[in-house]
Each structure stands twice: as structure tokens, then as C-alpha cells.
Design a binder for this molecule. Structure first.
Ligand SMILES: Nc1nc2c(c(=O)[nH]1)N[C@H]1C(S)=C(S)[C@@H](COP(=O)(O)O)O[C@H]1N2
Ligand SMILES: [Mo]
Length: 356
């Protein structure tokens, strides 16, 4: 066995990395990510929830507060939507210096079919007061971050919360939510980074001023230092990933394949506008070629791309980059920020092609 590598990963990062996991990149072959392959991120502990006693409380600035059982939620009109979820911290461990948090490389993403009931209909029934400006979603999990003890909670402006596609989801890929993905009910906010999709929902509260709880007011901002306020993280920037071709070397993950035609494939998504273009480079981003695109699975899910690569013997750095209809393009380099969020720089895959 080789002796220790020098990446400087800390025990704290290893601890988080062992609890939370990414999508193995070969999992990109599945249009719908199998449940156990979907990435997972939990800040604190996974709560144990009993379906029989659990309730969802809808209150605050509403005309008619509601208290719903799981059966009440399931009795409402159901809707299923394929949605690509990505953690805002995806790519964090590639930053230099590395912000200390969950050390994601590139796989903090997955696409599942989420089934639930429309949030807008529940809010309509409760009757939002005219002075409500935001809706706060509170989870059952609790912990301490940035020296602040809090329940995990996030808010949405009323106009976003009322969008058609927002779901209170109780199923993933046709199964009840497993404990780690938010049993019995979670919020799904298609197009937004993962932190907004609150798991283990306990309450929904309409409020008359912007919510400033830790996960909203402090965390998840694009900023250069702790002192800065920065820009809040919202929608997912465009990203594409490829299934690493060939076979891996166990430790380095370098890919090995024989010379000849090789079909490169992957997925691309953006929360701002539909992806309209994916390009592939075999030389680390110096020159690019167009990939072919399949149809997206939904307005809020990734689309498959393919590229016929004629692999000649040699060493390569394969890259892919997506562009969306709003003109957003993946950058070649990482844009550093203090929280290590919203990094969508192109993937780089080391490949060694041998004579066939
Ligand atoms: N209650 C609660 N909801 C949460 C979190 C959490 O820690 N607690 N983590 C958020 C973050 S940062 C992400 S990226 C997604 C991950 O969802 P998944 O684990 O189902 O993939 O859940 C979000 N919802
Ligand atoms: Mo996340």
C-alpha cells in the first residue's frame, strides 16, 4: 500500500464525509438516481419520526392555521416530478484553500422522482395574510453551527413559495422517504440548491419580515470573508458531469481504456434556465466540441448528453461544460468564496488511453 497522501483532509471533514455521501459518478448512467445512490447531506442528526404521532403545523400569518397528519397530506391531490437536487457546496473540496465543511468533490447531486402535494394549495387553504412576505420551513432536527443552537430552518419569499412546482413530498422514486432523506415529509424546491429542500418538516410559518435564522441569514452566502454579508445562495448554476470512461485505478481513480471509439456520456442541468448546450474537451479545456443532447426529464431535471470520442493512445484530461438558455456557462476555474458554495467549474477526468 502507498503511504499517506498529503491532501490535508482533517478528522472533522472525514467525520462529515463518512456520514454524508455523494453520487458515485457511474450513477449518472441512471436517468433517475436509485435511492441509495442519491447524494446525502444532513447537518445534524437524522431524527427518528413516528408517522402516527407526527403533525405538520401551518401557522403564523394565516387566516386558518392547519395541523395535518401524514394521512391528511397524502389525501390531498398528488403530483410526481423528476427533480435534480444539488448541494450548494458541491465542488468545495477542490477549492484552494479549502473551506472547512463537508468536503464534496463533484458528486453532490442526484435526480429523483418526488411525489407529494403542492405547497401552494396548502398555503391557499390556510390563507396567507396580505402582510406575509416570507414562509419559513422548520425541520425536526436541531444542532449547533457557528456557535448558534437552532432547528434546521430556511425560508422562501411568498412569490417563490406559491410557485406551481413546489412540493411537500412524502415519496422518492415511488417509496416512502427513507429516514435520511426526510421521513415523513420534506420540501422540494425545484431549481434551487439543496439547502432549501428542508427535510423532516415540522412546521410552515408565514412571517412579515425576511427570516434571519442561521441557515438563512448567516450560512449559504457567496462572500469573501466571514465579516461580509454577501449574496444569498438561491438557484443552481449550470453544471455538467460525465461518467468517467474506462476502468479506474483503485486509489488515484485515474481511468484506463483502450484506443478506439469511446462514447462519453453524462448529465447536465441548471436551475436558472434549460441547458441548451454541452461541450466536451479532451485537452483540459483548450479546445471544445459539441456534445449531443437528449430531452430533459422535466423542466427541473438534468438532460443526458453524449459525445463520440475517438481515443488515440496518450494521456488526457477530459472536461465537459454546460451552457443554459440564460447564457450562464460553467467557468474553467474555481471562483473561491468563504462558504465554498455555488462552485460550478468544469469537471476534469484524467484518462490514460493504451494501444488496443
Ligand atoms: N431538516 C434538514 N433539511 C435539510 C438539511 C438538513 O441538514 N436538515 N440539509 C439540506 C442540504 S444542505 C441539502 S444539500 C439537502 C440534501 O438532501 P438529501 O440528503 O435528501 O440529498 O437537504 C437539505 N435539507
Ligand atoms: Mo447542501
Amino acid at each position: 500500500m502507498p503511504i499517506a497522501s498529503n491532501s490535508g483532509i482533517t478528522m472533522e471533514e472525514l467525520q462529515l464525509g463518512g456520514r454524508n455521501h455523494s453520487l458515485p459518478l457511474e450513477g449518472l448512467k441512471h436517468a433517475i438516481t436509485p435511492i441509495g445512490m442519491h447524494y446525502l447531506l444532513t447537518h445534524f442528526d437524522i431524527p427518528l419520526v413516528e408517522a402516527e404521532t407526527w403533525r405538520l403545523e401551518i401557522g403564523g400569518l394565516v387566516a386558518k392555521p392547519l395541523s395535518l397528519s401524514l394521512d391528511d397530506v397524502k389525501a390531498r391531490p398528488a403530483r410526481t416530478l423528476p427533480v435534480t437536487l444539488e448541494c450548494a457546496g458541491n465542488g468545495r473540496a477542490l477549492l484552494e484553500p479549502r473551506p472547512l465543511s463537508q468536503p464534496w468533490l463533484e458528486g453532490a447531486v442526484g435526480t429523483a422522482e418526488w411525489t407529494g402535494t403542492q405547497l401552494a394549495l396548502v398555503l391557499e387553504e390556510a390563507g396567507l395574510a396580505p402582510e406575509a412576505v416570507e414562509v419559513v420551513f422548520t425541520g425536526l432536527d436541531r444542532g449547533i453551527q457557528g456557535e448558534v443552537e437552532h432547528a434546521y430552518e430556511r425560508s422562501l419569499p411568498v412569490a417563490e413559495a406559491l410557485r406551481d412546482e413546489m412540493l411537500l413530498a412524502y415519496e422518492i422514486n415511488g417509496q416512502p422517504l427513507p429516514p435520511q432523506h426526510g421521513f415523513p415529509l420534506r420540501l422540494i424546491v425545484p431549481g434551487w440548491y439543496g439547502m432549501t429542500h428542508v427535510k423532516w418538516l415540522r412546521s410552515i410559518t408565514a412571517v412579515d419580515e425576511p427570516f434571519t435564522g442561521y441557515q438563512q441569514g448567516t450560512a449559504y452566502h457567496v462572500r469573501d470573508s466571514e465579516e461580509e454579508q454577501g449574496e444569498p445562495v438561491t438557484r443552481i448554476r449550470p453544471r455538467s458531469l460525465m461518467v468517467p470512461p474506462g476502468i479506474p485505478e483503485f486509489l488515484s481513480r485515474t481511468r484506463f481504456l483502450p484506443a478506439g471509439p469511446c462514447l462519453l456520456e453524462g448529465r447536465a442541468w441548471s436551475g436558472w434556465a434549460p441547458v441548451e448546450r454541452v461541450e466536451v474537451s479532451a485537452n483540459g479545456g483548450e479546445t471544445w466540441s459539441e456534445a449531443a443532447l437528449d430531452e430533459p426529464l422535466s423542466d427541473f431535471a438534468w438532460r443526458r448528453w453524449t459525445y463520440e470520442w475517438d481515443a488515440a493512445p496518450g494521456e488526457y484530461e477530459l472536461c465537459c461544460r454546460a451552457t443554459d438558455q440564460a447564457g450562464n456557462v460553467q467557468p474553467l476555474g474555481q471562483e473561491w468564496n468563504y462558504d465554498g458554495v455555488c462552485n460550478n467549474s468544469v469537471q476534469r477526468v484524467k484518462v490514460v488511453v493504451s494501444e488496443s
